[in-house]
Write a protein that binds this ligand. Sequence first.
Ligand code: DGL
Length: 270
Amino acid sequence: MSDAPIAIFDSGVGGLTVAAAIAKRLPNERLVYLGDTARLPYGTKSAETVTRYAVQATRSLMRFEPKMIVIACNTASAVALPVLAAAYATIPVVGVVEPGARAAVDASRDGAIAVIATEGTVRGGAYVRAIHALKPDARVVQRACPLFVSLAEEGWTSGPVADLTAERYLSELFAAEEAPDTLVLGCTHFPVLRGPIAQAVGSAVRLVDSAATTAREVDRILAERGLKRATPAAAKFLATDAPERFARIGSLFLGREIAPDQVELVDLTP
Ligand code: DGL
Protein backbone atom coordinates (compact mmCIF):
# COMPACT_ATOMS: atom_id res chain seq x y z
CA MET A 1 0.00 0.00 0.00
CA SER A 2 2.86 2.46 0.68
CA ASP A 3 3.79 2.31 -3.03
CA ALA A 4 0.28 3.40 -4.01
CA PRO A 5 -0.12 6.99 -5.30
CA ILE A 6 -1.67 10.02 -3.66
CA ALA A 7 -4.63 11.17 -5.76
CA ILE A 8 -5.11 14.93 -5.97
CA PHE A 9 -7.78 16.93 -7.79
CA ASP A 10 -8.91 20.48 -8.46
CA SER A 11 -11.11 22.23 -10.99
CA GLY A 12 -8.00 23.17 -12.98
CA VAL A 13 -4.32 23.91 -12.52
CA GLY A 14 -4.72 25.72 -9.16
CA GLY A 15 -4.36 22.59 -7.06
CA LEU A 16 -0.89 22.13 -8.51
CA THR A 17 0.23 24.70 -5.89
CA VAL A 18 -0.76 22.07 -3.30
CA ALA A 19 0.79 19.24 -5.35
CA ALA A 20 4.04 21.25 -5.47
CA ALA A 21 4.10 21.59 -1.68
CA ILE A 22 3.41 17.85 -1.25
CA ALA A 23 6.15 16.98 -3.77
CA LYS A 24 8.58 19.26 -1.95
CA ARG A 25 7.86 17.80 1.47
CA LEU A 26 7.45 14.18 0.32
CA PRO A 27 9.65 13.80 -2.79
CA ASN A 28 9.26 10.01 -2.98
CA GLU A 29 5.49 10.06 -3.25
CA ARG A 30 3.85 9.22 -6.54
CA LEU A 31 1.26 11.93 -7.28
CA VAL A 32 -1.66 11.48 -9.65
CA TYR A 33 -3.24 14.86 -10.33
CA LEU A 34 -6.56 15.52 -12.04
CA GLY A 35 -7.62 18.99 -13.24
CA ASP A 36 -11.28 19.19 -14.27
CA THR A 37 -10.44 21.86 -16.83
CA ALA A 38 -13.56 21.20 -18.94
CA ARG A 39 -15.84 22.29 -16.09
CA LEU A 40 -13.81 25.04 -14.44
CA PRO A 41 -14.68 27.24 -12.59
CA TYR A 42 -16.19 25.40 -9.66
CA GLY A 43 -16.34 28.60 -7.61
CA THR A 44 -19.41 30.04 -9.31
CA LYS A 45 -21.44 26.80 -9.22
CA SER A 46 -23.88 25.46 -6.64
CA ALA A 47 -22.77 23.19 -3.79
CA GLU A 48 -24.76 20.32 -5.34
CA THR A 49 -23.00 20.65 -8.70
CA VAL A 50 -19.53 20.96 -7.15
CA THR A 51 -20.21 17.90 -4.97
CA ARG A 52 -21.29 15.90 -8.02
CA TYR A 53 -18.14 16.94 -9.90
CA ALA A 54 -15.95 16.09 -6.90
CA VAL A 55 -17.52 12.62 -6.63
CA GLN A 56 -16.94 12.03 -10.37
CA ALA A 57 -13.32 13.22 -10.13
CA THR A 58 -12.63 10.94 -7.18
CA ARG A 59 -14.32 7.97 -8.85
CA SER A 60 -12.12 8.44 -11.90
CA LEU A 61 -8.98 8.61 -9.73
CA MET A 62 -9.87 5.36 -7.95
CA ARG A 63 -8.58 3.35 -10.92
CA PHE A 64 -5.07 4.23 -9.67
CA GLU A 65 -5.90 2.61 -6.32
CA PRO A 66 -4.63 5.59 -4.29
CA LYS A 67 -3.68 5.40 -0.63
CA MET A 68 -5.05 8.91 -0.02
CA ILE A 69 -7.22 11.55 -1.70
CA VAL A 70 -6.35 15.24 -1.48
CA ILE A 71 -9.07 17.70 -2.48
CA ALA A 72 -6.72 20.48 -3.67
CA CYS A 73 -9.63 22.86 -4.17
CA ASN A 74 -11.12 24.99 -1.42
CA THR A 75 -14.51 25.18 -3.13
CA ALA A 76 -14.79 21.39 -3.36
CA SER A 77 -13.27 20.83 0.11
CA ALA A 78 -15.84 23.19 1.60
CA VAL A 79 -18.84 21.27 0.25
CA ALA A 80 -17.74 17.74 -0.68
CA LEU A 81 -15.28 16.61 2.01
CA PRO A 82 -17.87 14.86 4.23
CA VAL A 83 -19.46 13.15 1.22
CA LEU A 84 -16.12 11.85 -0.09
CA ALA A 85 -14.90 10.83 3.36
CA ALA A 86 -18.06 8.77 3.84
CA ALA A 87 -17.94 7.25 0.34
CA TYR A 88 -14.23 6.29 0.57
CA ALA A 89 -14.01 5.42 4.23
CA THR A 90 -11.05 3.03 3.81
CA ILE A 91 -8.58 5.75 2.72
CA PRO A 92 -7.93 9.18 4.20
CA VAL A 93 -9.51 12.14 2.41
CA VAL A 94 -7.76 15.45 3.07
CA GLY A 95 -9.21 18.88 2.26
CA VAL A 96 -7.48 22.26 2.16
CA VAL A 97 -9.81 24.49 4.19
CA GLU A 98 -8.83 23.29 7.68
CA PRO A 99 -5.08 23.49 6.89
CA GLY A 100 -5.60 27.00 5.46
CA ALA A 101 -7.48 28.09 8.58
CA ARG A 102 -4.68 26.69 10.74
CA ALA A 103 -2.05 28.61 8.76
CA ALA A 104 -4.07 31.82 9.25
CA VAL A 105 -4.53 31.39 12.98
CA ASP A 106 -0.82 30.62 13.41
CA ALA A 107 0.17 33.71 11.39
CA SER A 108 -2.23 36.28 12.79
CA ARG A 109 -0.95 38.56 15.53
CA ASP A 110 -4.32 39.81 16.83
CA GLY A 111 -6.91 37.50 15.22
CA ALA A 112 -8.09 39.93 12.53
CA ILE A 113 -8.14 37.72 9.45
CA ALA A 114 -9.37 38.31 5.90
CA VAL A 115 -10.21 35.42 3.59
CA ILE A 116 -10.30 35.75 -0.17
CA ALA A 117 -11.80 32.85 -2.08
CA THR A 118 -14.30 31.90 -4.75
CA GLU A 119 -17.97 32.90 -4.50
CA GLY A 120 -18.91 29.35 -3.49
CA THR A 121 -16.37 29.16 -0.66
CA VAL A 122 -17.37 32.59 0.65
CA ARG A 123 -21.10 31.81 0.41
CA GLY A 124 -20.73 28.57 2.38
CA GLY A 125 -18.68 30.24 5.15
CA ALA A 126 -16.43 27.17 5.61
CA TYR A 127 -13.35 29.28 6.37
CA VAL A 128 -15.16 31.39 8.94
CA ARG A 129 -16.26 28.22 10.75
CA ALA A 130 -12.83 26.57 10.49
CA ILE A 131 -11.04 29.68 11.83
CA HIS A 132 -13.54 30.10 14.67
CA ALA A 133 -13.16 26.42 15.59
CA LEU A 134 -9.45 27.10 16.17
CA LYS A 135 -9.78 30.63 17.55
CA PRO A 136 -13.31 31.51 18.70
CA ASP A 137 -12.58 35.23 19.16
CA ALA A 138 -11.05 35.73 15.68
CA ARG A 139 -12.56 38.54 13.59
CA VAL A 140 -12.97 37.20 10.08
CA VAL A 141 -13.96 39.10 6.95
CA GLN A 142 -14.39 37.47 3.55
CA ARG A 143 -14.32 38.62 -0.03
CA ALA A 144 -15.00 36.68 -3.20
CA CYS A 145 -12.39 37.31 -5.92
CA PRO A 146 -13.56 35.17 -8.83
CA LEU A 147 -11.55 37.02 -11.48
CA PHE A 148 -8.32 35.83 -9.87
CA VAL A 149 -9.20 32.29 -11.03
CA SER A 150 -9.45 33.43 -14.66
CA LEU A 151 -6.23 35.44 -14.41
CA ALA A 152 -4.39 32.47 -12.93
CA GLU A 153 -5.75 30.03 -15.53
CA GLU A 154 -4.69 32.50 -18.22
CA GLY A 155 -1.20 32.70 -16.73
CA TRP A 156 -1.56 36.47 -16.18
CA THR A 157 0.06 36.44 -12.77
CA SER A 158 1.80 39.80 -13.00
CA GLY A 159 1.48 43.01 -14.98
CA PRO A 160 -1.13 45.77 -15.14
CA VAL A 161 -4.27 43.60 -15.38
CA ALA A 162 -3.33 41.51 -12.35
CA ASP A 163 -2.26 44.64 -10.41
CA LEU A 164 -5.49 46.51 -11.16
CA THR A 165 -7.68 43.53 -10.31
CA ALA A 166 -5.91 43.02 -6.98
CA GLU A 167 -6.16 46.72 -6.22
CA ARG A 168 -9.88 46.80 -7.04
CA TYR A 169 -10.72 43.74 -4.94
CA LEU A 170 -8.50 44.40 -1.96
CA SER A 171 -7.37 47.96 -1.32
CA GLU A 172 -10.57 49.10 0.41
CA LEU A 173 -10.61 46.07 2.70
CA PHE A 174 -7.13 46.88 3.92
CA ALA A 175 -7.42 50.69 4.03
CA ALA A 176 -9.58 50.66 7.19
CA GLU A 177 -7.96 51.49 10.51
CA GLU A 178 -8.82 48.09 11.99
CA ALA A 179 -7.59 46.29 8.89
CA PRO A 180 -6.86 42.55 9.05
CA ASP A 181 -3.23 41.63 9.72
CA THR A 182 -3.45 38.32 7.86
CA LEU A 183 -4.89 37.40 4.48
CA VAL A 184 -5.78 33.81 3.61
CA LEU A 185 -5.47 32.94 -0.06
CA GLY A 186 -8.49 30.64 0.25
CA CYS A 187 -8.41 29.35 -3.30
CA THR A 188 -5.61 27.15 -4.63
CA HIS A 189 -5.41 29.31 -7.76
CA PHE A 190 -4.42 32.41 -5.80
CA PRO A 191 -0.82 31.72 -4.64
CA VAL A 192 0.53 32.40 -8.15
CA LEU A 193 -0.91 35.94 -7.81
CA ARG A 194 0.96 36.53 -4.57
CA GLY A 195 2.95 39.45 -6.07
CA PRO A 196 0.02 41.67 -7.12
CA ILE A 197 -1.97 40.68 -4.01
CA ALA A 198 0.92 41.59 -1.67
CA GLN A 199 1.32 44.91 -3.44
CA ALA A 200 -2.39 45.73 -3.06
CA VAL A 201 -2.63 44.91 0.66
CA GLY A 202 0.71 46.31 1.80
CA SER A 203 3.76 44.79 3.40
CA ALA A 204 2.33 44.70 6.96
CA VAL A 205 -0.21 42.01 6.00
CA ARG A 206 0.84 38.36 6.21
CA LEU A 207 -0.26 36.22 3.28
CA VAL A 208 -0.96 32.56 3.96
CA ASP A 209 -2.30 29.65 1.90
CA SER A 210 -3.12 25.99 2.47
CA ALA A 211 -0.32 24.41 0.45
CA ALA A 212 2.39 23.91 3.08
CA THR A 213 -0.02 23.09 5.93
CA THR A 214 -1.86 20.57 3.72
CA ALA A 215 1.46 18.92 2.82
CA ARG A 216 2.26 18.73 6.53
CA GLU A 217 -1.11 17.06 7.19
CA VAL A 218 -0.51 14.56 4.36
CA ASP A 219 2.94 13.80 5.82
CA ARG A 220 1.47 13.32 9.30
CA ILE A 221 -1.23 10.90 8.14
CA LEU A 222 1.16 8.83 5.99
CA ALA A 223 3.68 8.62 8.85
CA GLU A 224 0.98 7.65 11.35
CA ARG A 225 -0.24 4.82 9.09
CA GLY A 226 3.24 3.68 7.98
CA LEU A 227 2.36 4.51 4.37
CA LYS A 228 5.34 6.58 3.21
CA ARG A 229 6.87 5.54 -0.08
CA ALA A 230 10.58 4.67 -0.02
CA THR A 231 11.69 5.37 -3.61
CA PRO A 232 10.78 8.26 -5.94
CA ALA A 233 8.22 7.82 -8.75
CA ALA A 234 7.12 10.10 -11.58
CA ALA A 235 3.93 12.11 -11.28
CA LYS A 236 0.95 11.58 -13.57
CA PHE A 237 -1.42 14.27 -14.78
CA LEU A 238 -4.98 14.06 -16.07
CA ALA A 239 -7.14 16.83 -17.52
CA THR A 240 -10.72 16.83 -18.75
CA ASP A 241 -9.95 19.33 -21.54
CA ALA A 242 -7.03 20.89 -23.41
CA PRO A 243 -4.12 18.78 -22.07
CA GLU A 244 -1.46 20.89 -23.88
CA ARG A 245 -2.83 24.02 -22.23
CA PHE A 246 -2.85 22.23 -18.87
CA ALA A 247 0.84 21.34 -19.37
CA ARG A 248 1.81 24.88 -20.38
CA ILE A 249 0.00 26.81 -17.63
CA GLY A 250 0.35 24.02 -15.09
CA SER A 251 4.14 24.23 -15.24
CA LEU A 252 3.87 27.72 -13.76
CA PHE A 253 1.81 26.43 -10.82
CA LEU A 254 3.87 23.31 -10.21
CA GLY A 255 7.14 25.19 -10.43
CA ARG A 256 8.61 22.72 -12.88
CA GLU A 257 8.04 21.67 -16.47
CA ILE A 258 5.09 19.39 -17.32
CA ALA A 259 5.57 17.77 -20.73
CA PRO A 260 2.40 17.71 -22.87
CA ASP A 261 2.69 13.93 -23.28
CA GLN A 262 2.60 13.55 -19.49
CA VAL A 263 -1.02 14.77 -19.47
CA GLU A 264 -3.81 12.29 -20.26
CA LEU A 265 -7.21 13.51 -21.46
CA VAL A 266 -10.05 11.95 -19.43
CA ASP A 267 -13.84 12.13 -19.48
CA LEU A 268 -15.56 12.22 -16.10
CA THR A 269 -19.14 12.18 -17.31
CA PRO A 270 -20.85 8.89 -16.51
N1 DGL B 1 -9.02 26.25 -7.10
C1 DGL B 1 -10.34 26.24 -6.61
C2 DGL B 1 -10.40 26.59 -5.15
O1 DGL B 1 -9.42 26.40 -4.44
C3 DGL B 1 -11.43 26.94 -7.33
C4 DGL B 1 -11.27 27.62 -8.62
C5 DGL B 1 -12.58 27.55 -9.37
O2 DGL B 1 -12.76 26.54 -10.05
O3 DGL B 1 -13.42 28.46 -9.25
O4 DGL B 1 -11.39 27.04 -4.65
